[in-house]
Each structure stands twice: as C-alpha cells, then as structure tokens.
Design a protein around this ligand. Structure first.
Ligand code: HAM
Length: 427
C-alpha cells in the first residue's frame, strides 16, 4: 500500500502513548483516590445518547449543539449523538434510575472520552478526555465551595494548582437574567460595525455569549458592556457572597470575572473555570458550575445540581510544559527465555506462576533463537533472565542469570518462584 493510502487516525483524534499515557494514568490514579476519599460514586454512561438529550440540556443555540455534535441516525431512524460532555448524561441517569429516592446529595464522578467537531489545534481535539464530577439534590453555597475545593485539591496533587487561576462568576437565575439580557441587547443595538458576524447572530440567539467572544473588537465592546453581577437578584447575590466567604475561609484564591459565561446554556448562579498559566484560547484546563434548572428541563422535579469537567488533555499539556515529574512506571524485572519445543511448552506456565506471585515478568516465546531473546531481555534492562533448554527440562531445573553480574545459578523448577522473589526482595 502506498504510504499516502495508509489509513490515518481521524483528524483531531490521536493515539495516546508513552509519556502522554503515563501522565494520563497518573491523573486517573490521583482523581480516583480523591473521589474515593470524598465518598463520590463512579458512574460510566453510554458513549452516545439520544440527540434530543443534548439539544435540550446544552441548548440549541450553543456552539456545541449548533456546530460541534457528531450526530448519526440509527437503523431505526432515531437520532443519536456521540457525547460532547457528561452532565446531560448524568442528569438523564439520575432521573432514569430514580436517584431522587437515594439519600441526597448524590455525588458521582466519571472519566472518559468526549467528542466535539471543533477545528483541531494544540489543546483542542475532536476526541478529548474529561474527568467530571456532579453533585445532585442539594443547593447550598457550601456545596459549591466543597466541589471547588475538591477540584483545587486534585490540581494541588498534580502540582498544577500554583500554575492555575480560578475564575469565578455568577450567572444568576432566570429572574435576574431576564432583565439583564434585555439591557445587554439594548447595549449592543446599533453596534454591528464593531461586532464580528458570530456576535451579530448571538445578539438575538444567545446574548450572554457576546461577553466571551475572542474577537479583538468584540473584547473591547464586552469590557464596557453592562455586567450581570451588578444585576443579580437578592437571593443570587447572597448565594454568591456566601460562596466567596467559604472560599476565603478555605484559602482558595479566585479572580472575579464578570465576563465568564461558559458555553453551555444550563448554568445558573455559580460558574467557574481553572485557567492555565499560558495565555491563549485553549487555556481553560477545566470548568463547571451550578445547573439548578436542568433536571426540570429534562422532565424531572426541580432538583439542584453542580459539577465540573476537567480537561485531561490540557492538564497533560500543562504538566509536560511545566516538566512536572511523576512516579516512573515500574519496569519489568524478569525475562523468561527458552529454547526447544519442550522448554517452550513449560515457559507459559512458569511466566504465569511468576505473575501469580506478583512478579513483573515477560517471556520471549515468539522468538526462535536464544540470542534474540537475550537481546530483548537486555533492552528491557531486566534484573534476571530465567533460561530453559532441553537439558533443563529433563533435569527439571531453571538457570537464573543475574543480568548485571553475568553470573548464573541452577534452581529446581518448584523452587524458582520463591528463589526469584527472594532475590528481588534483596536487590
Ligand atoms: P466544558 O467547559 O465544555 O464543560 O469542558 C470542560 C473542559 O474540557 C474544558 O475546560 C477543557 O479543558 C476541556 N475541553 C473541552 N473541549 C475540549 C476539546 N475540544 N479539546 C480538549 N479539551 C477540551 C463541560 O463539558 C461541562 N459538562 C462541565 C460541567 C460539569 N459543568 C457542570 N458539570
């Protein structure tokens, strides 16, 4: 096959290996530990859901729903979409599984791939990974603070906290937002010449998004636009003030950002993002917020909720950029090499016995010569190679070769696992 015909991974989707995979596993180990510590339950939900779940929750006019969904029709004609985010699925599951009957709040976490048809660039992929957390069924600023603290603790574990900035805002509730949106529309009237095409259509469809457009002229307009925090109702304002008291008490630093509106329509009251230290479009390493109206939109009883999504790919990039070292993956200690049919027959059992004894070990069963096997053992830098040929099988022994010293000992087959364990313990 000519090299230009070779099949490549889809655009914006990549294979994660080597250092990336080590960071990936490390992040998952850290978050798993933190979520267990905080009593969160793990949830895995489908990779695709009915399209209307995302349309209703994220909002028809959002970029995600209007431009970025991977949508397809099933054989029965139903429309499905690859999950672009996790909150909608968790809420669907909460209702489907009647979780309101459980002690509240219900605290769930998840991790895995998500899909958005975006223009790929560094830090922005079409298949990306998120670790997410959702707390459903209770509304108190203390819950918001607790969730932000959990996020900050995970970033501290990963040595990222000192390199990030927490951006905080309140989007208020339906009541305070209604009058604010009219004021915002009024402000943007007659300013078409200073607005990008997208913003002109946003003014009608989704005016709050006017505030976080990245176009230079639109940024200037947004800076002097009326701000939502000045228009919050008393209840939303008290909630926000209380949250900030909790954050201050916990020593969590934040920057108040009245232009932080987030790209999903379900938010109310608290919204936040953690920004990485480098400036640029892809610097949000994660974000979240409160979505007190979402379960009702999906047909449930009014139920409060708050959550976050951490961008794993962006955290990896940030950790690589900052050269944050992580514990090395443990390497293989033992290599089992064999020559001849009778010896090869015994090899898999010996390897399996070593695995059962929790010894990190590989074998060279697919290689025809002893030389090729020892070359591989050398390149893996194992401590010991276990060698078996016809003669060793006949005598029921194994040769244990110390790869550093070059010395070797003959050990009875039944004793070899204990012998190796002993050697590794003392090495
Ligand atoms: P989001 O802000 O859309 O929120 O995504 C969360 C994080 O996922 C982003 O801050 C970013 O780090 C990462 N991310 C998003 N899109 C991409 C992409 N194309 N490539 C790489 N990374 C990406 C949500 O998804 C909400 N569900 C978060 C949430 C949970 N809110 C409440 N609960």
């Amino acid at each position: 096959m000519a090299s230009q015909d070779r099949i490549q991974s889809p655009k914006g989707m990549r294979d994660l290996m080597d250092d990336d995979a080590c960071y990936f596993e490390y992040i998952y180990d850290v978050v798993r530990k933190r979520f267990n510590q905080c009593g969160f339950k793990h949830i895995e939900f489908p990779i695709f859901e009915e399209t209307r779940l995302f349309e209703r929750s994220i909002g028809d006019t959002s970029d995600i729903v209007s431009k970025e969904m991977y949508t397809f029709e099933s054989k029965s004609g139903k429309s499905f979409t690859l999950r672009p985010e996790g909150t909608a699925s968790v809420c669907r599951s909460y209702l489907q599984k009647n979780m309101s009957q459980l002690p509240q709040p219900v605290e769930l976490w998840y991790m895995g791939p998500f899909f958005r048809y975006e223009r790929p660039q560094k830090g922005r992929y079409r298949q990306f990974y998120q670790v997410g957390a959702e707390i459903l069924g209770e509304s108190s600023p203390a819950i918001d603070a607790q969730l932000i603290l959990l996020y900050a603790n995970i970033l501290r574990d990963l040595e990222l906290l000192d390199h990030t900035e927490l951006q905080l805002n309140s989007l208020g509730c339906k009541d305070c937002r209604g009058s604010y949106i009219s004021e915002l529309k009024r402000y943007y009237e007659g300013k078409d010449r200073s607005m990008c095409e997208d913003c002109i259509s946003r003014r009608e469809k989704n005016p709050m998004r006017l505030l976080d457009c990245k176009d230079e002229d639109c940024i200037i307009l947004a800076e002097i636009a009326p701000k939502l925090p000045d228009n919050l109702c008393e209840c939303c304002n008290d909630f926000h003030v209380e949250l900030k008291k909790y954050l201050d008490e916990l020593g969590i630093k934040y920057t108040e950002n009245p232009s932080l509106v987030r790209g999903l329509d379900y938010y109310s009251k608290t919204v936040f993002e953690f920004w990485g230290s480098h400036k640029g479009a892809q610097n949000a390493i994660g974000g979240g917020g409160r979505y007190d109206g979402l379960l009702e939109i999906l047909g449930g009883e009014p139920t409060p909720g708050i959550g976050f999504g951490m961008g794993v790919d962006r955290m990896i990039l940030e950790m690589e950029r900052l050269d944050i070292s992580i514990p090395k993956r443990e390497k293989v200690d033992i290599f089992v090499a064999s020559l001849g049919d009778a010896a090869k027959l015994k090899t898999l059992t010996l390897i399996n016995n070593l695995h059962e004894a929790d010894v990190r070990c590989v074998g060279g069963v697919g290689k025809p010569t002893m030389k090729a096997q020892l070359k591989l053992a050398d390149s893996l830098r194992v401590k010991y190679a276990l060698l078996m040929g016809e003669l060793e099988v006949k005598d029921n022994v194994v040769l244990v070769k110390d790869m550093e010293r070059g010395s070797q000992e003959k050990v009875p087959m039944e004793e070899v696992v204990d012998f190796v364990l002993d050697k590794l313990k003392n090495s």
